[in-house]
Design a protein around this ligand. Sequence first.
Ligand SMILES: Cc1cc2nc3c(=O)[nH]c(=O)nc-3n(C[C@H](O)[C@H](O)[C@H](O)COP(=O)(O)OP(=O)(O)OC[C@H]3O[C@@H](n4cnc5c(N)ncnc54)[C@H](O)[C@@H]3O)c2cc1C
Length: 366
Amino acid sequence: MKPQLKVSLKPYNTLSLDVKADYFVRIHNINDLHLARNFCQMNDCPWLLIGGGSNLVLTQDFEGLVMVMAMDKVFWPSNITVPKMSDKFALSAEAGYEWDRLVEETIQKGASGLENLSLIPGQVGAAPIQNIGAYGVELAHCLTSVDVFDFKTGQTFQLTTTECKLGYRDSIFKTHPHWIVTQVNLTLNFEHEPQVGYGIIADTIASISGQSITDPSPQQIRDAVIHIRRTKLPDPKYIPNVGSFFKNPVVTSEQVESLTQIWPGLVSYPVALIPVAKTSKTHSSYYKLAAGWLIDKLGWKGFREGGVGVHEHQALVLVCSGSAKGKDVLDLALRIQADVKANFGVKLEIEPRLFDSRGEFTYNLD
Ligand SMILES: Cc1cc2nc3c(=O)[nH]c(=O)nc-3n(C[C@H](O)[C@H](O)[C@H](O)COP(=O)(O)OP(=O)(O)OC[C@H]3O[C@@H](n4cnc5c(N)ncnc54)[C@H](O)[C@@H]3O)c2cc1C
């Protein structure tokens, strides 16, 4: 393996941050991962794996090996052309395959399950890392298992969905960053059960087709999701961004009640019924607050300073210009976090992963 030296990572992250990697390689197969691991051990250097670069903030030149995932085979089942043989089928895709291309191809083959997750940028291998989700569906709904390469030991193994410990924008991979996903295994359906609980999907389907449709096809849902996303979210090709910069905070029903008294119109969604404490018999419903609403209410939408800002139509999305640095984006995030905390008493958690010259770090209010 002969890594390239001093490579700009600007084309490999959707914030277009212009930092350099000391060493740079593309990973085409498991053997490349073994070679990369040997390289890092021999040179005693840190490493970083990048997929589509749509969920990370690079704040400094990286003093180690940057690997870009390029394993991109898809393994379709052999009976795919005879869908009615079974109402489900198993499908595997290597980590470097483009996520939205996979979604599109499954729908073209008559399968459903991924349509609500249309147009999410990035690669298949990154999908389980934060259990990507949109419009009421998460990867967890279709995931069967994940093939992993352990960069510490060089061993390969498989994790079931349960073992992946998927949660809201969360998984076991967040606490095991040395586990590299090499392949994702999914189970999709030929029997379609449309997930249109989010009213905006049904409304958009109706406005596209000119009539109300109770049982939309996967393609109709995909078209609606693409339409909504293109209207609401900036395309990183033209406006550098990483999508939502903050997770929606989870609070108790009591917090929602008292916040609503001060902030009428507070946007919240019920999450689940969870025991307040293991010892307590009382239960409290938990709610997700719309982080974008909180930020918008404080007047941040459309804010600009230097090369960074908050998108004019979507307060949850931080944007930057070509000259901005990762640190500038994070400083703005911290100011927004502090403002939200001061006014709503709620802490916003940063969603994308943050990297400096040696690896991942956290950057949050205390
Ligand atoms: C406009 C826009 C809209 C978005 N909308 C959504 C949305 O609706 N829902 C949502 O959930 N997300 C959304 N995102 C965030 C992002 O697209 C997803 O998190 C996506 O899964 C990231 O994929 P990626 O390949 O770009 O990962 P990267 O940004 O390259 O990597 C993210 C993290 O995962 C790690 N990683 C990447 N690949 C692997 C692998 N194979 N094995 C182990 N670790 C790996 C990286 O090291 C890094 O820590 C959006 C982003 C943008 C820019």
